[in-house]
Design a protein around this ligand. Structure first.
Ligand code: ARG
Length: 659
C-alpha cells in the first residue's frame, strides 16, 4: 500500500508543458561563471536552455562540505566572548595534552559564585589519557594544568579549579567595559556573529493561493522572518522564498467557475471576485455537486498546464488577487519575501526526476514512481499512478534548484511539525542523490524548522466562534485596536499626536503578536491570548518595548549629548549590578549566534528579557543623573538601548522611544 507522505497532494498531469510557466527572462551567459565550471550538471536538466539562471553575486564558491560551527575569526578581538574564551582554552589544551589533537574546548557560561564561564574538558579528557603514561593523577590535576596553560589575556581577571577539574573563569570587568565602549563607537555590527556560509534560502510563510492565510502561516511568517533577519545580521545573503501553493487541480475548478460567474472576467477589474475564499468555497460546492462542471474543471487543468493563453490569463488573475491579499499581511508585519511558487519549479521536475532515475533511486510501485528510503516505512511518491506530480516532486525540484542553481549553502524550511516527515524524506533523497553531504553537520545543509499548533484559549486548534479559520488581518487589527485602547487609557491621546498614537499602537500590537509566538520553543503548541500578550508586565513585547522607551527617556532627561559622551567618557563597572549588566550586554553575540545556528528564536527572546531584568536591577540600585558615575552609567544605558533595539530588529519588532 502506498500512502501519500503528506496530507495534501498537488496533481499535475503528464506530460507537463515545457512552455508553461514561461521561462524566466534569458540569463546572462554562464560560460565564465565559477559555479558553472564546478557544477556543470545544471543546464542538462532543463527543457530549454533559456530557463537557466545564474543567480549569483558571489565570485567564489564555498567549499562543498564544511563543519557547521560559526567560523573562527582571524582578527584578534572579533567573535563572541564565549568563542574568544574557547580559543584561549584551545591553546591551553594543545599544550596540556599535546597527544589529544582532536579535543575541542568545552566552554559554557555559568551563573554562580565561582565564575562567569567554565571549561569542562578535564573530566572527559581523563579516561582518554589515563592509560597512556600521563603525568596527571586525575581530572582535578588536568584542570589545574589547563588553567595554568591558558595564554596570558586581558579578558581574564582570575581563574580557579573546582570539583573534578572544572576551570572557572572570571572575566575582567575592565575588559568588559572596554568591549562595550568599542561597540558603542563602532556600532552593533561589531557584535554580529560570523558564520562560515555566504548564502542561505529561507523558505517561509508559503500560503496557498485562493485559500486564506491562516495562523499556521502567521507562525511560519514570523519565525521565518526572524531567522532570515538573524542570518542577514550575520552577513549571510538570504534568499527569502515564498513557496506559495499556486499550482494544482483546484485551479481548473476556480478557472471554470470564474468563466461561469463572470463571463466578462477579462474586462472586469480584479475586485469582481471580491472575497477569494468565498469564491473558492462556492466553486468547490459547484465542483462537488455538478458532474458536468467537474468534468469541465478537470479538462481546464489540462488546458492550463498545456499553456493555453485564456486559461493562463485566468490563472494569473486568480493568483494576483491572492497575492495582493498576502501582501497586505506582509506589509503590516514588515516582512519582505520573494515569491517563487510551486509553479516556478514545475519545468524542472522532469529533469530532476530523470537525474534521480539515472542514479537508480526511482522505482515503480503499484503504478506510481517512488523512492524507497531507509528508515521510512512508506516511500516518497514522486509520480502518482495517474502520471501527476505532487508536493514531493515539486520539493525535490526546488531543493535541487536551490542547491545547484542558486548555490545556497543552507536551506531552511519553516512549516508546522506535521510536515517534518515530508522534509526528512526529501532531504534523505537529496543526500542519496549526492546533492547534500551525508552527515548533518556539514554544509551545504537543509533543515526543517517545525513548529507546533496555535491553540485557542479552550486548548483546541485556534478558530473563531463559527469554527472558521481566523483571518490574519483581523488578528492584527484587533491587536492594534487593543493596544491603542490601552494607550488611550494611559492618557497618551492627550500627550501625543494622532500619528504617534497610531504608530505606537501598531508597534506594540504587532510586536506583541510576534513576541508571543517567538518566545516559546517553536516546537511546542502555543496558546493565542490577547490579554496575555498585551500585558505590560511579565515576559511580553509590551513590557520590553516600554522598558526600552524608559531607558530612552532617562537618556533624554539627562540632557547629555551621547555622541560626545561616547568619545569623552569611560565606562566603569564597579557596582556588582553594573558588572552583571555589562557582562550580559557582552553576551549578546553568543546568544544571537546560538539562536541563529540552532534555529531557535526563543533563545534571543530569553536573552532580551534577561537584559531588561538586569537593567531594572541596575537602575534601581545605581542612580544615574547627578551622580559622579553619571557619564559611565549613561553610556551603560545607551549600550542597553542599542542592544535591545538590535534584538527588536532581529525579532521583527519596531521599537518605541517614548511611553
Ligand atoms: N504551501 C505549503 C502549506 O501551506 C507550505 C510550503 C512549504 N514549503 C515547501 N517548500 N514545501 O502547507
Amino acid at each position: 500500500m502506498i500512502a501519500a507522505p503528506v496530507g495534501r497532494a498537488l496533481v499535475l498531469l503528464l506530460p507537463p508543458a515545457s512552455t508553461f510557466p514561461p521561462p524566466p527572462s534569458p540569463p546572462p551567459p554562464l560560460l565564465f561563471s565559477p559555479f558553472n565550471r564546478r557544477r556543470s550538471s545544471a543546464s542538462s536538466l532543463l527543457p530549454s536552455s533559456g530557463i537557466l539562471r545564474a543567480n549569483s553575486k558571489r565570485s567564489v564558491l564555498a567549499p562543498r562540505s564544511r563543519t557547521i560551527s560559526a567560523m573562527a575569526n582571524d582578527e584578534e578581538t572579533l567573535g563572541s566572548l564565549k568563542k574568544q574564551l574557547a580559543k584561549l582554552f584551545e591553546a591551553s589544551l594543545r599544550v596540556t595534552v599535546p597527544t589529544e589533537t582532536d579535543v575541542e574546548p568545552l566552554v559554557a557560561a555559568c551563573t554562580g559564585n565561582f565564575g562567569d564561564y567554565q571549561c569542562n574538558n578535564a573530566m572527559s579528557l581523563w579516561p582518554r589519557i589515563k592509560g597512556k603514561g600521563t603525568e596527571f593523577r586525575g581530572p582535578p590535576a588536568v584542570g589545574q594544568a589547563l588553567m595554568k596553560n591558558i595564554p596570558q589575556s586581558e579578558m581574564i581577571e582570575k581563574c580557579s579549579v573546582a570539583g573534578p577539574g572544572f576551570v572557572n573563569v572570571v572575566i575582567s570587568k575592565n575588559w568588559i567595559a572596554k568591549s562595550i565602549q568599542k561597540m558603542l563607537t563602532h556600532g552593533i555590527g561589531e557584535w554580529a556573529p560570523r558564520l562560515s556560509i555566504q548564502r542561505a534560502v529561507v523558505d517561509f510563510s508559503s500560503p496557498n493561493i485562493a485559500k486564506e492565510m491562516h495562523v499556521g502561516h502567521l507562525r511560519s511568517t514570523i519565525i521565518g522572518d526572524t531567522l532570515a533577519r538573524m542570518l542577514e545580521f550575520s552577513n549571510v545573503e538570504v534568499l527569502r522564498r515564498n513557496h506559495v501553493g499556486d499550482w494544482g487541480t483546484q485551479f481548473g475548478m476556480l478557472i471554470e467557475f470564474l468563466f461561469e460567474k463572470f463571463p466578462n472576467w477579462e474586462h472586469a477589474s480584479e475586485t469582481a471576485i471580491g472575497d477569494l475564499q468565498a469564491f473558492y468555497k462556492a466553486s468547490k460546492q459547484r465542483f462537488d455537486e455538478d458532474p458536468v462542471f467537474k468534468e469541465r474543471a478537470q479538462k481546464a487543468v489540462v488546458k492550463l498546464q498545456g499553456g493555453e493563453p485564456k486559461y493562463r490569463k485566468a490563472w494569473t488573475q486568480i493568483c494576483d488577487i491572492s497575492r495582493s491579499e498576502f501582501a497586505k499581511v506582509y506589509q503590516r508585519l514588515g516582512v519582505t519575501i520573494e515569491e517563487k511558487g510551486e509553479s516556478f519549479y514545475n519545468p524542472y521536475i522532469p529533469g530532476v526526476l530523470e537525474k534521480l532515475s539515472n542514479l537508480g533511486l526511482i522505482e515503480e510501485s503499484q503504478g506510481a514512481r517512488v523512492i524507497f528510503l531507509e528508515g521510512f516505512n512508506i516511500p516518497l511518491i514522486v509520480v502518482k499512478s495517474d502520471g501527476g506530480y505532487n508536493y514531493a516532486s515539486t520539493d525535490l525540484a526546488a531543493i535541487w534548484y536551490r542547491l545547484n542553481e542558486e548555490k545556497a549553502e543552507w536551506i531552511i524550511y519553516v512549516t508546522d511539525v506535521g510536515q517534518s516527515q515530508h522534509f526528512e524524506m526529501v532531504f534523505k533523497a537529496a543526500k542519496r542523490a549526492g546533492w547534500l553531504p551525508a552527515d548533518n553537520n556539514s554544509y551545504p545543509r537543509a533543515n526543517h524548522v517545525g513548529f507546533g499548533l496555535v491553540l485557542g484559549e479552550d486548548g483546541k486548534r485556534f478558530r473563531t466562534r463559527n469554527t472558521e479559520v481566523v483571518r490574519l488581518v483581523d488578528l492584527l487589527d484587533e491587536a492594534k485596536t487593543r493596544s491603542k485602547a490601552a494607550l488611550i487609557e494611559r492618557g497618551k491621546d492627550k500627550e501625543w499626536t494622532e500619528d504617534e498614537l497610531e504608530q505606537t499602537a501598531e508597534a506594540v500590537g504587532y510586536g506583541a503578536v510576534k513576541y508571543a509566538d517567538l518566545k516559546n520553543n517553536r516546537l511546542t503548541n502555543y496558546t493565542f491570548n490577547f490579554d496575555q500578550m498585551l500585558n505590560d508586565k511579565g515576559n511580553t513585547a509590551v513590557y520590553l518595548l516600554y522598558a526600552h522607551a524608559r531607558i530612552c527617556s532617562i537618556i533624554r532627561k539627562s540632557g547629555k549629548d551621547m555622541e560626545e559622551l561616547k568619545k569623552t567618557a569611560e565606562i566603569s563597572l564597579d557596582h556588582p549590578d553594573e558588572r552583571v549588566l555589562g557582562l550580559h550586554l557582552l553576551q549578546f553575540a553568543e546568544n544571537v549566534e546560538e539562536a541563529c545556528t540552532n534555529l531557535l528564536p526563543n533563545v534571543l527572546c530569553e536573552y532580551l528579557y534577561n537584559l531588561s531584568e538586569n537593567f531594572t536591577k541596575f537602575y534601581s540600585n545605581c542612580p544615574v543623573i547627578g551622580k559622579p558615575e553619571e557619564a559611565s552609567r549613561l553610556l551603560l544605558c545607551e549600550a542597553t538601548a542599542v542592544v535591545m533595539r538590535q534584538c527588536f530588529h532581529l525579532l521583527g519588532i519596531v521599537p518605541v522611544y517614548k511611553i
